[in-house]
Design a binder for this molecule. Structure first.
Ligand SMILES: Nc1ncnc2c1ncn2[C@@H]1O[C@H](COP(=O)(O)OP(=O)(O)OP(=O)(O)O)[C@@H](O)[C@H]1O
Length: 252
């Protein structure tokens, strides 16, 4: 059997935010304090914890959108401190994809153009890009929507469009920040099913921030954050219902 590989290793991560009071004093807001965990390729991992506990902060650090104050993040065994401009830009464009609660689609562009946008910006071959876009749209059942504009779509359809765009470069790691946060339960179910397929059938590693224990029960593992630390790292061993109950128990 092939040995599983680590895609992420987070070691003693620390992050605070800083501001200045009206009287000129500097104020520190510690958020992450010695967070450590590892993620193997192909895992589907949820991050949970109360509002403000640092889930998005952690996702941004892991996605190299923001620098930690201390600690080390290894992406595929490489210390991310040693990843510089051009390589960083390439990784963020092609290997690490973000999916956000607010979709970030451009209303002036069609759905097709939105999905193709990363390739358009890279001046990729137009016919190739169209082909990739159509394949992706078929996989995620939005072929009929390709000529529409984002404002003509439901929330779930917009999120599936954003997921197609995120996958256009066939990334290895998908970082999803509350991707169902703006959706009703039926649309949430479709989106989480889409992410499950991306993980199980396409083998992509997913790190998903969510408040919702039902959504979280689709993951293989949940990392609970509390007081700036990993409070619990819970692996799924049984079916979704059992995992849901375990998540609820840890949540309370
Ligand atoms: N740029 C910033 N400057 C100052 N404080 C910030 C900044 N970004 C986040 N914070 C604060 O850091 C803390 C952690 O924020 P973060 O967004 O990571 O939490 P979260 O767990 O994702 O929250 P939520 O579940 O509500 O989305 C919060 O108290 C937030 O107000």
């Amino acid at each position: 059997m092939e040995k599983s590989k680590k895609i992420l290793k987070v070691e003693n991560l620390k992050k605070a935010y800083y501001s200045t009071s009206r009287t000129g004093e500097s104020i520190t807001y510690p958020v992450l304090n010695n967070v450590s965990f590892e993620i193997e390729e192909g895992e589907f991992v949820g991050i949970m914890g109360r509002s403000g506990c640092g889930k998005t902060t952690l996702l941004k650090a892991v996605g190299m959108l923001d620098k930690p104050d201390d600690g080390t993040i290894y992406y595929k065994d490489k210390d991310t401190k040693d990843i510089y401009r051009a390589e960083l830009a390439r990784l963020r464009r092609t290997e690490i994809a973000f999916v956000f609660q607010d979709y970030y689609l451009m209303d002036s562009l069609s759905i097709k153009e939105n999905i193709m946008l990363p390739l358009i910006l890279d001046e990729a071959d137009v016919q190739e890009s169209k082909k990739k876009c159509e394949e992706m749209a078929e996989k995620f059942a939005i072929t009929d929507l390709l000529d529409k504009k984002p404002y003509e779509l439901s929330g779930g359809e917009k999120q599936r469009t954003a997921i197609c765009r995120a996958l256009i470069y066939n990334p290895d790691l998908i970082l999803a920040d509350e991707p169902t946060g703006n959706l009703d339960s039926a649309s949430s179910e479709v989106v989480i099913h889409t992410l499950e397929e991306i993980n199980k059938k396409m083998g992509k590693t997913i790190l998903l921030v969510t408040h919702d224990p039902i959504i979280a029960s689709s993951c293989d593992r949940i990392i609970f954050l509390k007081d700036g630390k990993v409070k619990e790292d819970l692996k799924r061993t049984g079916d979704k219902e059992q995992f849901y109950n375990e998540i609820i128990t840890n949540w309370c």
